[in-house]
Structures are given as structure tokens and as C-alpha cells.
Design a protein around this ligand. Structure first.
Ligand SMILES: *[C@@H]1O[C@H](CO)[C@@H](O)[C@H](O)[C@H]1NC(C)=O
Ligand SMILES: *[C@@H]1O[C@H](CO)[C@@H](O)[C@H](O)[C@H]1NC(C)=O
Ligand SMILES: *[C@@H]1O[C@H](CO)[C@@H](O)[C@H](O)[C@H]1NC(C)=O
Ligand SMILES: *[C@@H]1O[C@H](CO)[C@@H](O)[C@H](O)[C@H]1NC(C)=O
Length: 803
């Protein structure tokens, strides 16, 4: 409803409607009469506000004449008057908000003028508000930052919405879009001022909902009401109200013991549901009291990579527990811990260890097989197969290992020991584990074998032959006997003693003496070869062990002949003084046998090999003597010039060195006939006869012996040659040699032997000597009749031609 006010004493007597306008006659004054109308804003152009003429009591007929017109007002002509009817109508758009803004009363004053008489009329037109504007917020979108730790009941102011309309058409209320956190508190201060505040109803949690979108609606009081909206975006600001959280409460990882430095073994990760620095995490290792394992690892504080920093030893730490802390970077940080269990896998990095306990410092060589010598314990720090140890002896050994229980062994004698063969054993024991690759270690156990008296002293040969020259002075050293005892110490300490050979002779202790410590054998007397040719006795060597052991050796002492006997002329001739006489007939032919001188020598060998010579007269041309036979014969027939008596001096020499000789004188008397011969010489012709017979037999015998000998030689040679691929030229004759003990043997040698027979021998003296002279070291074998005594001697070089 519109209200008309009378500002003057004269007011319109009643209201009259013109379409939607009420005309009110307020006053009428010739100059000052004022009338007031009211009209809604935004009415159509041409809408009649009121009939001014009528209301001013101006005759309608006169209007044209009086030039009734609107003369003043604002620049814009919002109203005009119909000059015919006097109606005031809307000439332009009426916008109350433009004309009056937020003034409660909006009135426009216009002046209407009439002429003849000129009169000015004031007309006031009140422009009434209609609800043509909606409430408008100053912002389309409001961003509110609200920390998540605000408590319910806290309020947050909101900007007010503006409505250009006034009065009832202005903002009257607010509404908020439905949500669980906020409510709206609307307060009204008078008609024009209604404001609203957000009130927190339920705590915020940024981690659940970080942005809350609300819509605030302002509603005015018009009919119909109009509204305006604003979007409110509530950013929930983070506070550090969440701990970091590991994505596993417990991490498990397996690593090898030999993992190299810098290897990444695991990455831990924690998340923080806060935001920004509140969610930025620093990882660290927590040092634990009494757990040094954390020094073996390092952690990257940014990405949580755990790497190996120290050397891991399964034997020290088979399982490692680490504590990792994750802490955020906010000013009041929050942190969480987690556990990392690291299982270390064993690798075979420890060699077995061997420890040896020797039970005795040395082992007697008579120790029985099965006896314990040492205890061996092996150990390996590794685990499982890597720590399973097998122990054995390297190489062949008379010892063996016996496993008594796990990882414990005894070193046991397995075979009989002999100190004389091996006195020291280095037994190498090797212990190897079953890892791959296997590790092993060795230990050398030194076992000394101690001696016991199990070896008697031993002489180098069962029989010892000693040659000693006769006539050697008493007290001379004959030989040094040594018996070797393969034991050691007292068990090898040998002393020597003499034992009589056969009881028939005088005790050997009267002939010999032996140094019991050195074994030096001395003669106690000088020997005579012609009396004693050989001595046999025993020497006993005894060691000092308990019980003592002994052994015996047979000692043969051969006494060597010296040329200490001169030849002796045999009867009928004698060398001492008396003159021996032989008669020969004057008619004796050349070669007539005169006499035979015979001599013997007590020595032997060369010392007894005699030769005969005529020493006086020198250079006789009538007689000769067989140098080995001793036969004196005539060289030629007698002549008248020859003397009747020929005194001959004959010498018999042996071949010793120096040579000894005997001399005999024989006077040869030439007689006319044999009748005058002395009966004492009757036998001589018989001898002559006998001699020729004997000679014949001898020759036959020698020839046959020689033939047999040669045949056998040829036979042997042939056999040898046949067996040696027929290389006949390279064959050599087997050689007959003799040994000091008198035995014969054949040997093959390049030496050849000549066998010589003296043409005029009575006894069969066969002399064999090498054909290759010089014979300084030639062998001489003398076969003396049936006597098989032989001797090896040096042939005097001066004598070779005479043989
Ligand atoms: C709200 O926080 C945002 C960042 O989250 C910032 O850019 C903005 O300036 C803050 N507004 C106010 C009013 O504090
Ligand atoms: C660790 O030992 C294993 C076998 O024992 C071997 O194959 C591997 O190469 C070793 N690793 C290092 C890093 O030495
Ligand atoms: C045993 O070992 C020792 C010391 O290494 C050495 O002197 C000796 O010759 C060895 N003996 C044997 C029989 O190998
Ligand atoms: C050595 O001879 C002595 C005396 O005849 C005898 O008692 C001893 O048993 C002999 N020794 C040996 C080893 O034959």
C-alpha cells in the first residue's frame, strides 16, 4: 500500500486510482501548491501517474491554451504531461535503485508550468520499491583456511550479502548447504543488517577431508523472495597429528655372511598421513644399548635404503635386529619405530682348527699296534655342512686316526715301528669341512721313535781274512775290526773281545790282543810262516744295551811268507867245507850227464823257486847246468888240452826279494875209463837211463795234460763264443784266477795267458803268467806237483827271461 503524505495543510480529500497509481491532491496554491503521487519503479513508459490538471483544478479545456508542460526536474525527463488531458505519465524507465540507491524514501520532484497566467506547480512523485534485485555476496567464492585442530563452537565470520532493494526486499536470512561440520548462526541488527557466522559443530580432520565445500544462500524478504549464493571452500589446514607409519611392522631379510660393503639389503618405507613437512620423513637407525649391530649398517635418511657398512660375521651374529626410526620434519616431530630382522646365512669362511695333545714325548719302537699316541680335537666355527669336519692322515703312515667321538680322534699306532728304518715321523693330519668350496687345515704331528736294543752289532762280513807278514814285530796293528750297531746310544756302544777258535792250539789271547773299545787287533808275537801258516779265532762284538746283544765274526789270520830261508843243498853234496868229486870218462860225448845238484828252500812260492848257476869258473865252455833242473852236463867232448880236474862252484838262488843263495863246490875229474870210477857214482848212469824213461813218461803226461787243458779251454771258449752271437773276434779266453783262500775260479778277461813248461824239469813245475808284460802286477800261479798250494805274487821283472 502506498501512503500519501500531506506536507501542507491542504490535502487531497480522497484517493483515486489510476491503474496502479494513486493520485493525491495535496495542496493547491497559486504558486506553491504541491501535489504528490506515488508510482512503482520499473513501470511501463506511458503509465499514467495521475491527472495533474484535475488535481490542480486546472480546466482541461484551457490546458492547451495555457501551454501546460513539465519544465524542470533532472536532466532526464522521467515524466511528461499530456497537454490535452493533463495526465502525468511515465516517460522513461524508473529504477529506484538507480535514482535513490539505498535510501528508504525515494521521491522525484518535478515542476509543471502553466501560462496565462503563469503558474508553477510542484509535483512530487514517490518511486516505490519492488523486489527486483537479488541478494549479492561480495565474492563468488570464499576460501577459508581452518586448522584441523579448532574445537567445536569456534566461529568464523562470513561476508554479508547485499540487496539493492530496500525494506522488506532487502536480505532477511541466510541458509547453508547441508554438511556435517558447520552450522550457521544468523544475526539480525535492524531491518537492513543481517549477518551470518559459521559455527564448527564437529571436529575437522584434514586426513579425512581436507576440503569442505559449502554454499551460503542469502534470501531477501520480497514476495516472491529472491536469493543469492556464495561458495565457501574450507581448506582444512594440517597440523602434525599423525605419526609416520611403516608399511610393515617387521621387516625380515636374509643376507650372506660375506656380503660386501655398500650392498643394499632392504628398503624400509614409512608414510605420514599429514601434509607437507609434517609428512616428510627422516629415517635413522636407533642405537640400542648393548647391541652393536647397528654399527654394521647404515640407512639413507631420505629413502630408507639400508646398506651394509661393516663386516658381517655369522659366527658372531647369526641374527641381527635393527631398530629403525621414522620421524617427520615438523617443528614438533612425531616418530615411529620398526624392527628389521636380518638373518645371516653362513658361508664357509672358517677353516677347521686342529688341536693336538701328545700323550708321550716319544714312542718306543716296540710299542704295540693299537696304542694311543696323541689326542686330536678338531673344530670349525661354521655351521651345518660348513662346520662338519672330517679328519685324516695325509699319505702312508704306520699310524691311523681312530674317531673316539664326534670331532675327537686318537692317533693310534697301526703297524710295528722300527727306529732303525724311520726314527721320526712327521704325521700330517688334514681336517676338511664339507662346505663348497671346502676349507681345510693341516697340522704336523712330530713323533719321535725311541730306541730299544733290538739290533746286535754286525760285522761287515761273516769271515774276516787278515794277511800278516811273518817276522813282523810283536805289537803291530793287524787290523781294525768294526761292528756296526744300528741302534743308538748305549744300545749301539760296542765293545770287542776275543774268543778261542779251536781248543787244540794255544789260547788266542796269548797271540793276539784286541782293544775292546776300538776293535784294533794287535799281535802279541812275531809269526813264523814256516811254523804257522794260518790262525783262526773269533771276535765277539757286544753292545751295552740291556740285555746286551752280541755277534761273532771268524777271523782268519794268514801269515805271509818272507824270504827268510836260504836254499839248502841236498846230499850227497854239501856246501860246508868238503869238496865233492865227480868223475867223467875222457871219452864222454857232448851232453854227458855229470851230476845233478838238488836243493830245497823252506820258504814257499818265489821264495822257494830255485835256479842253478855255475859261478866258477866264469865262462866255462865245457860244462853247463840246467838252471831249474840243476843237472850238470858236458858241452862238448874232452880234448887233450883240457885239464884233468875241473873245480866247479855252483850257486843255487831262490827268487825271493832279496834273493838268498847257497854255494857248493864240485870237482869234476876226467878219468880214462869208467872202470876207474868210484863205486859211489855207479848209480849215475842208471839215473841217466831212468831219466830218459822218466823223461818220456813225463813228456807224455805233460802233453796229455796240456792237450786236455787246451781242449777244455777251447771248449769253454767255443761255448762262450757260441752264446755271444758268434762274435768270435771279440771273444776272450776265460782266465783262471785264484783266491787267497785257495779256490779256483774262471773269469773272462782280455788278458791271455801263456802256459810254459820247462823243458828240463823233473818235477812238473808249471808256470803261468800273462803274455802281456811288464809283469809287475802279473799273476803267477804255481802248480807244484800234486800240491795245490797257490799264491798270487809279483814276478820279479829281472827273472822273466830265465823262465
Ligand atoms: C589459505 O591457504 C592457502 C594454501 O593452503 C593459501 O594460499 C591462502 O593464501 C590461505 N588463505 C588465507 C586467507 O589464509
Ligand atoms: C660369497 O660366497 C659365495 C659362496 O661361498 C660366493 O659364491 C660369492 O661370490 C661370495 N660373495 C662375495 C661378495 O664374496
Ligand atoms: C719333520 O719336520 C721337521 C721340522 O719341519 C724337519 O726338520 C724334519 O726333517 C721332518 N722330518 C721328516 C722325516 O720329514
Ligand atoms: C758267539 O760265541 C759265543 C762263544 O762261543 C757264544 O756264547 C755266543 O752265543 C755266540 N754269539 C752268537 C751271536 O752266535
Amino acid at each position: 500500500m502506498k501512503k500519501l503524505r500531506e506536507t501542507m495543510g491542504f490535502a487531497a480529500s480522497g484517493g483515486r486510482f489510476w491503474s496502479n497509481a494513486l493520485l493525491l491532491l495535496c495542496c493547491w496554491d497559486l504558486s506553491r501548491a504541491q501535489i504528490s503521487y506515488s508510482i512503482s519503479e520499473e513501470v511501463k513508459k506511458g503509465t499514467i501517474v495521475g491527472n495533474v490538471a484535475k488535481d490542480l483544478n486546472v480546466d482541461v479545456q484551457e490546458l492547451q491554451l495555457r501551454l501546460f508542460q513539465v519544465v524542470s526536474g533532472s536532466n532526464k525527463r522521467y515524466f511528461d504531461v499530456n497537454p490535452k488531458t493533463g495526465a502525468l505519465f511515465v516517460n522513461d524507465r524508473l529504477d529506484r535503485e538507480e535514482l535513490c540507491e539505498s535510501k528508504q524514501k525515494c521521491s522525484l520532484n518535478i515542476e509543471v508550468m502553466a501560462q496565462n497566467p503563469a503558474k508553477l506547480y510542484r509535483v512530487e512523485v514517490n518511486v516505490a520499491d519492488i523486489n527486483d534485485n537479488s541478494p549479492v555476496f561480495p565474492l563468488q567464492k570464499l576460501v577459508k583456511n581452518i586448522s584441523e585442530n579448532v574445537v567445536p563452537g569456534d566461529r568464523f565470520s562470513l561476508p554479508a550479502a547485499r540487496d539493492l532493494d530496500v525494506g522488506m526486499n532487502s536480505v532477511k536470512s541466510y541458509t547453508l548447504s547441508p554438511n556435517e561440520h558447520f552450522s550457521l548462526d544468523v544475526q539480525s541488527y535492524g531491518e537492513q543488517s543481517v549477518s551470518a557466522e559459521l559455527v564448527l559443530q564437529k571436529p575437522l580432520d584434514r586426513e579425512k577431508q581436507s576440503v569442505i565445500k559449502l554454499t551460503l544462500t542469502a534470501v531477501d524478504g520480497g514476495k516472491p523472495a529472491r536469493s543469492g549464493t556464495m561458495n565457501i571452500i574450507v581448506n582444512v589446514l594440517d597440523i602434525n597429528d599423525n605419526n609416520p607409519v611403516f608399511n610393515k611392522p617387521l621387516y625380515k631379510v636374509k643376507i650372506k655372511e660375506n656380503v660386501s660393503f655398500g650392498t643394499k639389503i632392504l628398503t624400509v618405507a614409512a608414510t605420514d598421513s599429514d601434509e607437507g613437512t609434517n609428512a616428510e620423513i627422516i629415517y635413522s637407525l636407533v642405537e640400542q644399548e648393548g647391541n652393536s649391530a647397528s654399527r654394521l649398517f647404515s640407512i639413507n635418511d631420505v629413502n630408507g635404503d639400508i646398506t651394509v657398512k661393516g663386516s658381517i660375521d655369522y659366527e658372531e651374529n647369526p641374527a641381527i635386529e635393527l631398530r629403525i626410526q621414522a620421524q617427520d620434519k615438523s617443528g614438533s616431530p612425531r616418530h615411529t619405530n620398526c624392527k628389521v630382522l636380518i638373518e645371516v646365512e653362513d658361508i664357509n669362511d672358517n677353516a677347521p682348527e686342529i688341536s693336538v695333545t701328545l700323550l708321550m714325548s716319544s714312542v718306543n719302537e716296540n710299542i704295540k699296534p693299537g696304542a694311543d699316541v696323541a689326542l686330536i680335537t678338531v673344530s670349525d666355527k661354521d655351521d651345518g655342512k660348513n662346520g662338519k669336519v672330517d679328519c685324516k692322515i695325509v699319505g702312508a703312515s704306520p699310524f691311523k686316526l681312530q674317531s673316539s667321538y664326534k670331532n675327537s680322534y686318537s692317533l693310534v699306532v697301526n703297524e710295528r715301528l722300527d727306529r732303525e728304518q724311520i726314527s721320526h715321523y712327521n704325521i700330517t693330519v688334514i681336517a676338511s669341512d664339507e662346505g663348497t668350496p671346502s676349507l681345510s687345515s693341516t697340522e704336523v704331528i712330530a713323533v719321535h721313535v725311541s730306541d730299544m736294543n733290538d739290533n746286535p752289532p754286525v760285522f761287515p762280513a761273516p769271515v774276516i781274512n787278515i794277511n800278516v807278514k811273518e817276522n813282523s814285530p810283536a805289537g803291530g796293528l793287524l787290523a781294525s775290526l768294526t761292528a756296526h750297531d744300528s741302534d743308538i746310544g748305549e744300545n749301539a756302544h760296542v765293545h770287542y773281545s776275543l774268543i778261542d777258535g779251536d781248543s787244540s792250539r794255544s789260547p788266542v789271547s796269548t797271540l793276539m790282543n784286541i782293544n775292546s773299545l776300538t776293535g784294533d787287533l794287535y799281535s802279541l808275537q812275531s809269526f813264523n810262516y814256516e811254523e804257522t801258516k794260518q790262525l783262526q779265532f773269533k771276535v765277539q762284538a757286544t753292545d751295552s744295551g740291556t740285555p746286551p746283544l752280541n755277534s761273532n765274526v771268524t777271523v782268519n789270520v794268514f801269515i805271509l811268507d818272507e824270504n827268510d830261508n836260504s836254499p839248502v843243498i841236498l846230499p850227497p853234496y854239501s856246501e860246508a867245507g868238503s869238496v865233492n868229486t865227480e868223475n867223467i870218462p875222457y871219452s864222454a860225448e857232448a851232453g854227458y850227464f855229470v851230476a845233478k845238484i838238488r836243493a830245497v828252500d823252506a820258504d814257499s812260492g818265489y821264495n822257494a823257486l830255485l835256479s842253478y848257476h855255475i859261478t866258477e869258473p866264469k865262462g866255462t865252455n865245457l860244462f853247463r847246468i840246467g838252471s831249474s833242473s840243476g843237472e850238470i852236463r858236458t858241452k862238448r867232448r874232452m880234448s887233450d888240452n883240457d885239464l884233468k880236474t875241473h873245480p866247479l862252484v855252483l850257486t843255487v838262488c831262490d827268487h825271493g826279494e832279496p834273493s838268498l843263495s847257497a854255494t857248493v863246490s864240485v870237482d869234476v875229474v876226467v878219468v880214462e875209463s869208467l872202470d876207474s870210477m868210484q863205486p859211489s857214482l855207479r848209480q849215475v848212469p842208471m839215473k841217466e837211463e831212468g831219466f830218459s824213461d822218466l823223461n818220456l813218461y813225463l813228456l807224455i803226461a805233460i802233453v796229455s795234460v796240456s792237450v786236455i787243458f787246451l781242449l777244455s779251454l777251447i771248449g769253454i771258449i767255443a761255448a762262450k763264443c757260441y752264446s755271444s752271437d758268434g762274435a768270435f773276434s771279440s771273444c776272450s779266453a776265460p782266465v783262471v784266477t785264484t783266491h787267497p783262500d785257495g779256490s779256483w775260479s774262471y773269469s773272462k778277461s782280455t788278458q791271455q795267458y801263456d802256459v810254459c813248461f820247462s823243458s828240463d824239469t823233473l818235477k812238473s813245475d808249471v808256470v803261468v803268467f800273462p803274455s802281456s808284460f811288464p809283469p809287475a802286477d802279473a799273476e803267477l800261479i804255481s802248480i807244484n806237483g800234486g800240491d795245490t798250494f797257490t799264491r798270487t805274487q809279483t814276478l820279479p821283472s829281472t827273472e822273466k827271461n830265465s823262465l
